[in-house]
Design a protein around this ligand. Structure first.
Ligand SMILES: [Zn+2]
Length: 288
């Protein structure tokens, strides 16, 4: 089976390094990525751009736009969704937008990442308007953090997936991905991807932890029923994307976890074809 991982991290972020070392037991390095993703047979992965200016600074108001993948130089077959810092976008003048646009035109850029909730702005806030216009111009999808936060600095109201519904109506041609299926609001996300033709969800980050922890969740009916009710509710397997949120989980056990939730006839769509539809510039990474 061909696999594209639509949601990973490859940034020098202290909390990711700590999680990789103590919770998910992942080798969070270029060599670790190449080994793990090579062994899992993954064709391409999309890194969500993010930076912090001091250890544990994320979500960092001082990070310049756009936020990139700064763990090491980017491995081959890794695509990029540069991250947006709305605080600097709002205060920094036109230079911020120019720097964002320069990255959007690169061949490895397939989308844009918005850190809803990590920064205290609604996704439909006017601060993001110029960025969404650029996404439309360059035919890029916008990936939006949905649901629970990996930081206690801001408010969950900004990352509730229901806010994406308003954005979807404002930009009817903009492909939008709700990350993590908006967990724990997975049913709300199901309703939104069912209603809006151009809104999708990725299945990354539903479980954070090592292989054993993923296996434990996979055999816990109460946990699985909750996720699967949301998937079955709309039966929109054309709207779901595989993502692992690596290094927050090892990729092979996470593939198994997602395979178990999706009816077999939709595996190729969820693990591969849907990703190419949502991120057409991924074609640059295939058949190289
Ligand atoms: Zn993530």
């Amino acid at each position: 089976m061909k696999i594209i991982d639509t949601h990973i991290h490859f940034s020098n972020i202290e909390s990711f390094k700590q999680t990789a070392e103590a919770i998910s037991f992942v080798d969070y390095s270029k060599a670790g990525f190449l080994k793990e993703f090579g062994e899992a047979g993954i064709t391409a992965a999309i890194g969500m751009g993010l930076t912090e200016q001091s250890p544990n600074g994320f979500p960092d108001k001082a990070s310049p736009n756009p936020m990139l993948l700064d763990l090491t130089d980017m491995p081959e077959r890794m695509a990029l969704c540069p991250g947006i810092n709305p605080v600097r976008l709002e205060s920094g003048g036109t230079g911020e937008l120019d720097r964002i646009e320069a990255v959007l035109s690169r061949p490895e850029t397939v989308g844009i990442k918005i850190y809803a909730g990590y920064y205290p702005y609604y996704v439909h806030d006017r601060v993001y308007e110029p960025v969404y216009r650029l996404a439309e111009e360059y035919q890029l999808a916008v990936v939006i953090h949905g649901g629970a936060l990996y930081s206690d600095r801001y408010f969950l109201k900004y990352s509730h997936p229901l806010e994406v519904d308003q954005l979807a109506v404002m930009y009817p041609r903009l492909p939008i991905v709700i990350a993590h299926m908006g967990e724990p609001w997975v049913m709300d996300t199901a309703a939104i991807i069912g209603k809006n033709d151009h809104v999708y969800a990725d299945l990354s980050g539903l479980i954070v932890g090592c292989g054993q922890r993923i296996l434990k969740a996979q055999t816990n009916r109460l946990v699985m029923d909750r996720f699967m009710q949301a998937l079955v509710y709309e039966e929109r397997y054309d709207k779901l994307l595989f993502g692992s949120d690596w290094p927050l989980a090892p990729v092979k056990p996470y593939i198994e976890f997602v395979r178990n939730m999706i009816p077999e006839k939709y595996h190729e769509d969820v693990f591969y074809h849907n990703a190419i539809r949502v991120f057409p510039k991924l074609e640059n990474f295939l058949g190289r």
